[in-house]
Design a protein around this ligand. Structure first.
Ligand SMILES: [Zn+2]
Length: 147
């Protein structure tokens, strides 16, 4: 019996977590397409912002990037999966957020929950204070989640 070379190295659980979320989205909704590479984007310094791009799809490399701020125990898995699902749709349907895109987007099992979650928790990602945010009329809040 052979001995294994040790140490084996440190497991990348953060990457494993995202990969497993992406695998489930692929298996459930996009099985007839090859799986795409889904990775965390580059970490950037936390700052106040008016909008945040939670995910992106690169048509040239066919890779999906997820904003590293979503790599947090405060972010529910279904929300990360809704972003992955959205970016997969860009791979399948193209860049436009047209009616067909929106209709497909609603096929995600937790579509409504995801919309509701980000409506309540966007302040977490934008680095703003919740209480101050609530005092501002809805129309004046820094919103727009672009992806
Ligand atoms: Zn989009």
């Amino acid at each position: 019996m052979e001995t294994w070379p040790l140490p084996l190295g440190i497991a990348d659980h953060r990457h494993y977590y995202l990969a497993s979320l992406a695998a489930e989205v692929h298996r459930t909704y996009f099985q007839k397409y090859p799986p795409l590479s889904v990775k965390w984007g580059q970490q950037i310094t936390r700052k106040k912002r008016r909008s945040i791009r939670l995910g992106s799809y690169n048509h040239t490399t066919a890779e999906i990037r997820i904003h590293p701020l979503l790599d947090s125990p405060e972010i529910p898995a279904f929300f990360i999966q809704s972003v992955i699902h959205h970016e997969y749709l860009h791979h399948v349907l193209g860049a436009s957020h047209n009616r067909r895109f929106h209709a497909q987007e609603r096929q995600f099992r937790y579509f409504r929950e995801s919309k509701e979650w980000i409506r309540r928790h966007l302040w977490l990602l934008l680095g703003t204070k919740r209480n101050r945010n609530l005092a501002i009329p809805v129309v004046a809040q820094p919103q727009m989640v672009l992806f």
